[in-house]
Structure formats: C-alpha cells, structure tokens
Design a protein around this ligand. Structure first.
Ligand SMILES: NC(=O)c1ccc[n+]([C@@H]2O[C@H](COP(=O)([O-])OP(=O)(O)OC[C@H]3O[C@@H](n4cnc5c(N)ncnc54)[C@H](O)[C@@H]3O)[C@@H](O)[C@H]2O)c1
Length: 255
C-alpha cells in the first residue's frame, strides 16, 4: 500500500503507463484514468509487482461531467482526495493545416488543453474541500512547447498552451500548497511513436546529443522526482527530458 494517492490520465499505455507504474513502485496508490479500459487493475497489479494499490477508472478528460464523475468514483471507492495529479492524456492529428478539419482541431485542443484544465480544476476543488496540503500536478508537455513541428498545427498549439497553463495554475494553486510543473519529453520510444516511422530510434538518435531515443522510464523517473519532496520548492517550471534534443538551435553549417 502506498502512502499517497496519484491519478494519472492516459495511463493505459505508453508514457502514462510507465509513470503510473513508477509511482505505484514508489509509495503511491495509483488511479489509471483513461478513455480506454484495455487492461484491468488486477492485470497491472500482477504484471507490475509494485506495492501500491492500482485502480482503473474510465474518463474522458475533455468532458466536464466525466471528469466530475471520476473524482466521485474515487471518493465512492473510499480513497482519499488525490495528492498527485499527472495530466498525461493527449491526442495528435497529423496533416497539413490547410486540410485539417474543424473537428480534428477542436478534438486535439479539447483533450490536450481543456482536459488539463478540467482535471486540474476538479482536483484543486476537491482538495480545497478537505483542506488538504502538499499537492503536486505534472502536466505533460513536449518539445513543441517551444518549437513548431510541420503537419502538427493543432498539437503544437496545444502543447504551447500547456506551458503557460502550468505557469498560470502554479500562481493560483500555490496558496493551496499545490505545486504545478511540466515535463517536456523529447523523442520517446512508445508503441505509438514506433508506428509513426519505419525506424524511430534510427531517425531520432543522431539528432539527440545523448545519441539515443528516450524510454518511457526516462520520463517516468523524472515525474517521480518532480512530485517528490526533494523538489518541494519547484513550481511553475518546465523540465525537458529529451537528452538535449530540443536545446539545439538552427545554425548554418558554415560555422
Ligand atoms: N511519445 C513521445 O515521444 C512524446 C513526446 C513528447 C510528448 N509526449 C506526450 O506524452 C504524453 C503521452 O504520450 P504517449 O506517446 O504515451 O501517448 P499515447 O497516445 O501512447 O497514449 C495516450 C493515452 O491517452 C489516452 N487518452 C486519449 N484521449 C483521452 C481522453 N479524452 N481522456 C482520457 N484519456 C485519453 C489514450 O487512451 C492513451 O492511453 C502525451 O501528453 C504526449 O503529448 C510524448
């Protein structure tokens, strides 16, 4: 059993799943909150072998009533108000801006940004009701918090907003003892990113100063550190977990 409760959105797979596991193995009970219920809580408990309890609940982070219902279900299960919230769920649509449908644009922004707002607001409201202190939120950003990538206009717009939302939320939630930070992963190998190109690792490793792609555990370890006591005075910050990839500027070869 863990001593703190963490909710991780989009944690049925990929980076979110690794974060949930790392938290469950480091003194947290974990709620896996996802739109899709691929694996059950008992599956995760069996395969992870962590001490923390694991719960799987369905949520659409872009839907206000679904988000409220998630926190109601947590209460109904007899769990405490969560200590930690990881806003990890996101969606991505590839294609030229001129061909993008309004539906794709709206869906990307409503999952990636409105979802982060709704989850953050509900988490902070519930914590206020019980006068809880010492909370931590981590929002999942990207290299495109700062840099534009082609054919991803909606996604990069949403990730740019993640960083400013992180700062704005940290200003307002600090008085409740809630720290709000952002992790910006670089090229991380997941089932999703592997399906984007024939050889994901060979494409991105040469561009990355540490000469490899990231693993989901690289990101998960940074999240565990960021929500921990050693980072107790860090708020409103974005930490890149990218092996140096997006610190590189565009620079003429002649130099
Ligand atoms: N993989 C990378 O290289 C990379 C790089 C930079 C940033 N990121 C960010 O890291 C996070 C996780 O990335 P990933 O590659 O693991 O993604 P992924 O697509 O593999 O997983 C996303 C998860 O979110 C869930 N989800 C989608 N819409 C949802 C909704 N409306 N409500 C609840 N859950 C929903 C999906 O079911 C899925 O389980 C995202 O925020 C992504 O933008 C990833």
């Amino acid at each position: 059993m863990g001593s703190r409760l963490a909710v991780v959105t989009g944690a049925q797979r990929g980076i979110g799943q690794a974060i949930a596991r790392a938290l469950a193995c480091s003194e947290h009970d974990v709620v896996i909150a996802d739109l899709h219920a691929q694996n059950s809580a008992s599956w995760f408990r069996e395969h992870w072998g962590c001490r923390g309890r694991v719960y799987c609940l369905k949520v659409d982070v872009s839907d206000e009533s679904s988000v409220c219902s998630l926190f109601d279900q947590i209460q109904t299960l007899g769990l405490p108000v969560p200590d930690v919230l990881i806003n990890n769920a996101a969606t991505q649509v590839w294609g030229p801006l001129v061909d993008m449908s309004l539906d794709d644009w709206n869906r990307t922004l409503s999952v990636n940004i409105t979802g982060m707002f709704l989850m953050t607001r509900e988490y902070a409201r519930r914590r206020r009701e019980v006068s809880a202190t010492q909370g931590a939120i981590v929002n999942m950003g990207s290299g495109c918090n700062h840099l534009a990538f082609p054919n991803l206009a909606a996604y990069v717009s949403s990730k740019g907003a993640v960083e400013m939302f992180t700062k704005a939320a940290s200003l307002e939630l600090g008085e409740q003892g809630i720290r709000v930070n952002c992790i910006a992963p670089g090229a991380i190998e997941t089932d999703r990113t592997q399906s984007e190109t024939d050889n994901y690792a060979d494409s991105w490793s040469p561009l990355t100063p540490l000469n490899r792609v990231g693993t989901v555990n690289d990101v998960a370890k940074a999240v565990v550190a960021l929500v921990g006591e050693n980072m107790g005075f860090v708020s409103g910050e974005t930490i890149r977990v990218d092996g140096g990839l997006f610190g590189r500027s565009v620079w003429p070869e002649a130099y």
